[in-house]
Design a protein around this ligand. Structure first.
Ligand code: NAP
Length: 488
């Protein structure tokens, strides 16, 4: 059951992802009930599913058969009568498709509905099934620790922790999943993966888009809650965790939780030494003039909301003591890119010091999006020269190998959920530790008015974010210089 089936997420991501699973024969016995407020017939709903698949994947075979598995139920999320009608329909469909009582409830709705819907699902009998029942819940999971706890309490009355699948769509991305394999399947990285050999790690997630039509939501969120609390912190955890004993959900999650427990908590006056906030001014992106954040629709003219955040995250454990994890994320930046740069320490003595320039440090770059791949930056002899060293890049690009884009994150996450694999969903403990960390920052930022706007649209963020690294003797590796060469 998809709650919010007429919404943007369902149309853009969920229906095409379900089609891809169907096409790959990963959906055998299935039916989908679309649930939303407006009155639609089954036929009208099926037409919208068809339209969504056509517009994102083009013309496809077996589309008629695929959409025949879709049903629609008009619904008011707050009304018990609606749930009674939904239960009746679900029970009929369950019998017809022999679904063995297995149910997934996907809440693709505004977050204020998450708790009430979960409570209704239980009180109105929809969770009384003889098969499995699973709840998939979209972000945001609360807007601070207190609200996240309250939401968790509500959904836990209807579902146990192992039945709750909290979506972080970054965990569906191919290269985010690859972090673990790169680290734990290569003898050359794991021995170096610590404070003796790594000087710093940089994670950038930049967008060229502004807040678009999401001003109302974004005003209550900002980059800190929208990006850092979830996606950025998840990437930090995957990079920093200890090797799990086994690749099981519980083992991996417990290692990630240990990273969150080791985070250096910063608060009050310390925040300014570790975090920088920004808000975009007007400027030009790809030659097109764009307005400042405060002039976007449904945004306060005096808004104190950050559209950019950069930070230094310290993990105070034996492996990472002294290694800064720098993160930055923002809107209206010069380029759309998500990359991780692992910078290794300089070699003990530079024999090539006499050459014109210093040797480049070794870098391992993990390209998350839009291109997907890995690049290792080494120094090698310049061909023909005497003994000059120059930087060379060993590159691997996913697109070069598979000649097509790797599966959409949502496709993989939906499939994981159907198989009952919660590894790439966020456990409550991760959510809670992450909010506790972020709340300390937002408490300070909410109390003090920032000198916004402080970065031009089309730049890489405020100057203070550069200074954050400069005072430690580092600099942000320019993301465009690091691009992987994609062979077609
Ligand atoms: P949306 O386009 O606003 O859709 C909201 C859906 O909720 C519609 O289907 C709407 O039905 C339904 N709805 C609203 N009030 C209802 C009620 N009282 N009873 C029953 N149904 C009701 O939202 P969205 O963009 O798809 O986002 C859904 C969730 O996904 C949110 O939590 C969002 O934060 C998250 N998310 C979205 C995206 C994205 O790309 N869109 C990305 C990441 C996360 P009617 O249209 O019939 O009123």
């Amino acid at each position: 059951m998809i709650f919010g089936a007429t919404g943007d997420l369902a149309k853009r991501k969920l229906f095409p992802s379900l089609y891809r699973l169907y096409e790959r024969k990963r959906l055998n016995k299935f039916a989908v009930i679309g649930v939303a407020r407006r009155q639609l017939t089954n036929e009208e709903f099926q037409a919208s599913v068809r339209e969504s698949v056509l517009s994102s994947l083009g013309n496809k075979e077996n589309l008629d058969d695929f959409i025949s598995h879709f049903f629609y139920q008009s619904h008011d999320a707050g009304d018990s009568n609606s749930y009674a009608a939904l239960k009746k329909l679900a029970d009929e469909i369950d019998g017809h498709y022999t679904l063995e009582g297995n149910r997934i409830f996907y809440l693709a709705m505004a977050p204020e509905f998450f708790g009430p819907i979960a409570l209704h699902l239980k009180s109105d009998g929809l969770t009384d099934v003889k098969g499995y029942k699973r709840l998939v819940i979209e972000k945001p999971f609360g807007h601070d620790l207190a609200s996240a706890k309250e939401l968790n309490k509500q959904i836990r009355t209807a579902f146990s922790e192992d039945e709750i699948y909290r979506i972080d769509h970054y965990l569906g991305k191919e290269m985010v999943r690859n972090i673990e394999v790169i680290r734990f399947a290569n003898a050359i990285f794991e021995p170096l993966w610590n404070n003796r050999y790594i000087s710093n790690i940089q994670i950038t997630s930049s967008e060229t888009l502004g807040v678009e039509e999401r001003g109302r939501y974004y005003e209550t969120s900002g980059a800190l809650r929208d990006m850092l609390q979830n996606h950025m912190m998840q990437m930090v955890a995957l990079l920093a965790m200890e090797p799990p004993i086994k690749l099981t959900t519980n083992e991996i999650r417990s290692e990630k939780v240990r990273v969150f427990r080791s985070l250096r908590m910063v608060e009050g006056e310390q925040i300014k030494d570790y975090f920088v906030r920004g808000q975009y001014d007007e400027g030009a992106i790809n030659g097109k003039q764009v307005p400042k954040y405060r002039d976007e629709p449904m945004v306060d003219k005096e808004s104190n909301t950050e559209t950019y955040v950069a930070g230094k995250i310290m993990i105070d454990n034996f492996r990472w003591a002294g290694v800064p994890f720098y993160i930055r994320t923002g809107k209206r930046m010069s380029t759309k890119s998500t990359k991780i740069v692992v910078q290794f320490k300089d070699i003990p003595m530079n024999l090539y010091y006499e050459t014109e320039k210093m040797l480049n440090p070794n870098l391992l770059v993990i390209h998350i999006q839009p291109e997907e791949g890995i690049t290792l930056h080494l120094n090698a002899k310049k061909a023909g020269g005497h003994l000059d060293a120059q930087e060379v890049k060993l590159s691997f690009a996913n697109t070069g190998v598979f000649t097509m884009n790797t599966p959409e994150g949502y496709e993989k996450l939906l499939y994981d959920c159907m198989r009952g694999d919660a590894t790439n969903f966020t456990h409550w403990d991760e959510v809670a530790y992450s909010w506790a960390f972020v709340d300390k920052i937002s408490e300070v930022w909410q109390k003090t008015k920032a000198a916004f706007p402080n970065y031009t649209s089309g730049s890489m963020g405020p100057k203070a974010a550069d200074e954050l690294l400069e005072k430690d003797g580092f600099f942000w590796w320019p993301v465009t210089d690091l691009d992987v060469d994609i062979c077609q």
